[in-house]
Ligand binder design. Sequence first.
Ligand code: CTP
Length: 397
Amino acid sequence: MLAGKHIILGITGGIAAYKSATLIRLLVKKGAEVQVVITPSGKEFITPVTLSTLSGKPVISEFFTANTGEWHSHVDLGLWADAMVVAPATACTIGKMAHGIADNMLVTTYLSAKAPVFVAPAMDLDMMAHPSTTANLALLRSYGNIIIEPAAGELASHLIGKGRMEEPERIVEILEQFFSRRQPLAGKKMLITAGPTYERIDPVRFIGNFSTGKMGYALADAAAELGADVTVVSGPVSVTPRNASVKVVSVESARQMLEACEKVWPDSDIAVMCAAVADYAPLHPADSKIKREGHDIPTIELTKNPDIAATLGVGKRPDQTLVGFALETDNEEFNAQSKLKSKNLDMIVLNSLRNPQAGFATDTNQVTIFKADGTRADFPVKPKTELAFDIINTMID
Ligand code: CTP
């Protein structure tokens, strides 16, 4: 499974860095290519000579090689990798990764990495239990990173507790499992709508909603990881896909979103309508800014936007699957089931705005899924990145 895989091993300054030597040996034995990126303090714990000898590659630590001026491109490195493993990951590096504090080669590489990132924390039990560490690890999880939980045992401080870096053998096993994961969507083309739509009132104002696109982009990354060829038709958002293979078509309004979807849909096997499409748009958007002084309070006449999901549903072929979302505040289940039928969907994902951990802008969501075959599935509150896999697995089940 690991043969030929390109692995960036990020090493930080913790006692557990001694285990990195074994980790490299095991990875190389399995046929992986390992590129070590070490933080300055990591070098206090294990020497680059040991690491480069075992990996067969010069260890990268600085942005430049001092004597030649050669620049180490964290961008190229990020693209080269099939996976990045940060082991050991200290509380300091975890904090920097969580907040984008890119003051060393390891964190810049992390920010550039398009591949899945595995983080194996190693620290003293009190640091591990501190709310700051817990919050930073939650942030990394919300970015889609995989946390390899530390084990409990005797720590460098001789205290007993949780914080011991997972053994290299187990880390290799986790990587092998990851790379051997089924790709049930291989060969499938998938269209996903995401984010809000903006409907222009004038050149500076719009009607929109609070959607951030997090759920749609999490679905896109999950689907790509499961082998799908994914196109996201996205309203204005600040999120980007983590997976380099995901294509994004950016649009602004519901009409533009429909136009983009109609181009992609005939060639798609699956479409997931995750966007929060504005139902109405100003009928006569103004060409210049509507001024306040010297005018009556304007009345904005609205017109109905096209229903993108329903439009795709009308032309749906038997070999195509169409999935919708329902965001409800009242009569949730009834409304969701009605939309399932009226839009000719195969499945609908209901999220209720009554739950503060679900809905717009949160990193978590809680959903109930109804399928056209009459089955239903309820899920607990989960990070959107995890829920994305549940939604796809329910769809292909
Ligand atoms: N949808 C769409 N185009 C629209 C409105 C909704 O494609 N103009 C899709 C959404 O992406 C979602 C599903 O239809 O998958 C349901 O969206 P929702 O906003 O919950 O329902 P509406 O049909 O807009 O009905 P209402 O706002 O009255 O609840």
